[in-house]
Ligand binder design. Sequence first.
Ligand code: GTP
Ligand code: MG
Length: 166
Amino acid sequence: NELDVVCFQVLLGDVGAGKSSLVLRFVKDQFVEFQESTIGAAFFSQTLAVNDATVKFEIWDTAGQERYHSLAPMYYRGAAAAIIVFDASFERAKKWVQELQAQGNTNMVMALAGNKSDLLDAKKVTAEEAQTYAQENGLFFMETSAKTAANVKEIFYEIARRLPRV
Ligand code: GTP
Ligand code: MG
């Protein structure tokens, strides 16, 4: 089908921000309280119907541990889209945005996910601050929860909607 689109995508962000949990929710509709820290990277795929197209996401879930940082370009180099995930601290997310703007694909669709929205008191960054940052830097922002599934499908859907050809 000529309306089918493959979207290579990468998830980046701090250790424990919930990258693997978001992917697991999206791909298997599951959540685990004690998700193991990712080693290197893990690969997933999932399809989503968007308008008249079927978008096949080919997703690299990277490891947030700093010692794997040097591997990241292998995963974002070919990516058409990225989700930058943060929970408590926003600083690492900003660094990833800068790195992608400098070294990622031009026209990369970028989403900023403020994850763990179910844990409201743990939030140190207000949604407004993240929203403003996103607007100024050409991303879109959503608060997500892998635990409750809030906005998980929606963030992938919005990425798909913003891809060229969809
Ligand atoms: P690395 O692989 O080490 O980079 O971490 P990660 O970003 O993949 O985080 P991971 O998905 O492993 O989640 C870390 C912990 O946070 C796990 O214990 C998850 O259960 C928990 N977690 C993830 N997302 C959520 C969420 O939306 N809400 C709550 N309450 N906990 C979450
Ligand atoms: Mg992980």
